[in-house]
Design a protein around this ligand. Structure first.
Ligand code: GLY
Ligand code: MN
Ligand code: MN
Length: 444
């Protein structure tokens, strides 16, 4: 573990233990086992996708070399780590890192059966044990993923510890290095595939390290929100390029989008700059106490204003908003909680005990409806796209007469714009982790 994050990890574990202790007490359990999990094979196959540990396990043990491991936590006692180091000549067998013995009651096992038996034996001294993970062995006699406990654990994850923030900072720095390399590859007229390779090299990652698959779209591919291919051909036209890609550090991922124009001077270049400005201005308004849905709606007002300013609609910005036109051009939510999962859990949760506040139907894709509080981390990722499928749907709706269709058609080959930063809510505003990293790493 690097020093920047490592020095904060013991305090993180103390906080996690305190939070889990009160969640266990409130939900009536005296201990919990949280299991890292096992890789899942492809159908009829003995190969698996890259292993992702149970995110609740990752909260305790931030190293993805942890297949088959489990943490047993009983409030008041040191957490115990049951680590699986199989005798395996096909793969490099995982070894518990040096710091694990300092921070856990560490026991390593070569045999999964022995690990299972040791946990079963340790659990005999507890009455009511919860299990967080998949497929608990019968011998453990645990209650798997009990809702009252899961709700509390999910709710709490919105606030990040100093360690988690440090990890997100590192993940952001690495992601930004990748973005700078990707932009250079684009400016050298690289294909989407070339740009992907530049991002991986720049961010120092293999595909297995990525928090989510890179979205790299030139021209109209930028209008496919989660575009998943990497074209090897170089397009004849060069309107622009959208990249949504992040890096992970100790399990915590950054989630960053930038859009670059094909030529310095074009309407699309102006649109990118205008959305960038609006995104920054919106971030300036973030305060604890606001609700994220209100922020999302405020962004739609700004999108409607851009639709008017760029003459993509013939009506006023207010009319474009009221007619719902901004929703055709920005059909996704403004953002989501960010942490050990790219789309971190609990975004709609109303209370620690559970309950959800979904967004209104017209904004169903919004992943975050909670009140904003200091210590939360989330993305702010407005977009403005020219998506043929949604535009053709709009042609049959009442708002169609207010759309400046010839202008929209001139923009469609550009695909769209997304600008995505990761922010940490502070006591009186928001710290923009992404812009801070760009300011340091991207200065001429
Ligand atoms: N990269 C997926 C997202 O921005 O949510
Ligand atoms: Mn993203
Ligand atoms: Mn995102």
């Amino acid at each position: 573990m690097d020093a920047h994050c490592g020095q904060r990890h013991p305090e993180h574990l103390r906080l996690v233990a305190a939070q889990w202790a009160s969640a266990l007490e409130a939900s009536g359990f005296d201990a919990v086992v949280v299991a890292a999990g096992h890789p899942r094979f492809h159908l009829f196959d003995d190969l698996a996708p890259f292993f992702r540990p149970n995110p609740h396990f990752a909260l305790w043990f931030p190293d993805k070399q942890c297949e088959g491991a489990a943490v047993l936590f009983a409030p008041g006692a040191r957490p115990a780590l049951y680590f699986h180091s199989p005798a395996d000549y096909w793969h490099q067998s995982a070894q518990a890192p040096d710091w694990a013995a300092e921070r856990f009651e560490l026991r390593s096992f070569a045999e999964a059966d022995a690990l299972e038996a040791a946990v079963a034996k340790a659990l005999r001294t507890h009455r009511h044990v919860a299990f967080i993970g998949e497929n608990p062995p019968r011998s453990w006699a645990v209650e798997a993923n009990p809702a009252p406990l899961i709700h509390r654990l999910h709710y709490q994850r919105a606030w990040k510890t100093g360690f988690e923030i440090a990890c997100l900072e590192r993940a952001t720095e690495n992601g930004v290095e990748g973005h700078i390399a990707a932009r250079e590859a684009y400016h050298a007229n690289g294909s989407e595939f070339d740009i992907l390779r530049a991002f991986l090299a720049g961010s120092g990652q293999t595909e297995a390290d990525l928090p989510y698959p890179c979205i790299i779209g030139r021209n109209e591919h930028a209008a496919v929100l989660h575009y998943q291919h990497y074209d090897r051909t170089i397009p004849a036209d060069n309107h622009g390029f959208l990249i949504d890609a992040g890096a992970s550090h100790l399990g915590y991922g950054s989630d960053i989008s930038r859009t670059w124009p094909g030529t310095e001077a074009s309407t699309f270049a102006e649109l990118i700059a205008a959305l960038d400005e609006q995104q920054r201005a919106l971030i300036e308004t973030i305060r604890p106490g606001l609700n994220y849905l209100d922020l999302h709606l405020a962004m739609h007002r700004r999108i409607a204003e851009l639709l008017n300013r760029f003459e993509l609609v013939r009506c006023s910005a207010d009319a474009a908003y009221e007619l719902g036109l901004s929703r055709t051009f920005m059909p996704h939510g403004l953002g989501h909680l960010l942490g050990v999962q790219t789309h971190d859990v609990g975004g709609w949760q109303t209370m620690p005990e559970g309950g959800e506040t979904p967004p209104p139907n017209a904004h169903a894709t919004l992943r975050l409806t909670r009140n904003i509080e200091a210590g939360m981390t989330f993305t702010i990722e407005p977009g403005l796209y020219f998506i043929p499928m949604l535009l053709s749907g709009l042609r049959n709706e009442a708002g169609a007469r207010e759309v400046n269709w010839p202008k929209v058609e001139t923009m469609t080959p550009c695909g769209g714009v997304r600008i995505e930063d990761n922010v940490l809510v502070t006591d009186d505003g928001a710290q923009n982790l992404t812009r801070e990293a760009f300011a340091i790493l991207d200065s001429p």
